[in-house]
Design a protein around this ligand. Structure first.
Ligand code: GEK
Ligand code: PPY
Length: 241
């Protein structure tokens, strides 16, 4: 897997970030060096998946990128009769995810779909994963997706939702943003890379506050929801139907 050097040279006018071939080629390196807690969250998904996966049910990985979350599920779920549906709207991501997931033989049956997660049906789900995907949907479309997930989950089913956060308190927001940029510096990103990536994502990725996430989950009908992990301005929640 190649190193992410996409923003290492001056771009002039920085284009909006897109999940294209260039990004897909370096995505594993990019997400590991950019998202604090990414490995911890996938490790914990490997603990959650066998607890919630049920024979005769489906698991959805929405915005699967290269299939890292799906792979964590395949590796940890050792029962027959579970169908894993991994969805991404990027053709570049789906073709690479197909290769990566086929290389691991397990009991879970995987199908990959190149589709917009707003357009797919969610049915008979024991587990739904939104690992850093909701933040890329227009804010007006987020409630409808969470409502659809709630409706498609079985009683007792789990939603794992990981997101970058924004905080209403600007002193806190600034401090946690600075710590995130320190994390990127420590992982070898230059000031230019950090600044250009920031410009590239500002129009395509709009984080919500912790309060909005909890309110949205409650509004959808989830009676149990909780942040289980936070590092700086990155966090993960569980919600149980
Ligand atoms: N409307 C949409 N429909 C389908 N896919 C979408 C949509 N919008 C964005 N995507 C897809 O959501 C993914 C977000 S990355 C997820 C990481 C992964 N979950 C992981 O566990 O490694 C997170 C990040 O880059 O910060 C990309 O692959 C997009 O193509
Ligand atoms: O890189 C960043 O600053 C982020 O906020 C996370 C991220 C990671 C990978 C793709 C897009 C955004």
């Amino acid at each position: 897997m190649s190193q992410d050097r996409i923003y290492s040279t001056p771009h002039g006018a920085v284009k909006d970030f897109a999940f294209d071939e260039q990004v897909a080629d370096v995505f594993n390196d990019m997400i590991n060096r950019s998202v604090p807690g990414y490995t911890t969250i996938l490790h914990t998904l490997g603990k959650l998946a066998p607890r919630f996966a049920k024979s005769g049910s489906r698991i959805y990985d929405l915005g699967c990128s290269l299939g890292a979350a799906s792979l964590a599920i395949k590796r940890s779920v050792d029962i027959e009769g579970v169908e894993l549906i991994a969805v991404d709207s990027s053709a570049a991501m789906i073709s690479r995810a197909e290769r990566q997931l086929a290389a691991y033989k397990g009991k879970v049956e995987v199908s990959l779909k190149e589709a917009d997660i707003r357009d797919i049906d969610i049915e008979n789900a024991s587990l739904v994963v939104l690992n850093f995907t909701l933040q890329f949907l227009p804010q007006d479309d987020r409630d409808a997706l969470i409502n659809k997930i709630y409706a498609g989950l079985r009683p007792g089913g789990l939603l794992l939702l990981s997101e970058k956060l924004v905080f209403a308190d600007s002193a806190i927001n600034d401090l946690l943003s600075e710590l995130h940029w320190d994390f990127k510096r420590d992982n070898g990103y230059s000031e230019l890379e950090i600044a250009q990536k920031r410009t590239a994502i500002e129009n395509v990725m709009r984080p919500d506050s912790p309060e909005i996430h909890l309110k949205r989950l409650k509004g959808a009908g989830f009676s149990h929801s909780q942040f289980w992990y936070q590092c700086y301005n990155f966090a993960s929640l569980v919600a149980i139907k």
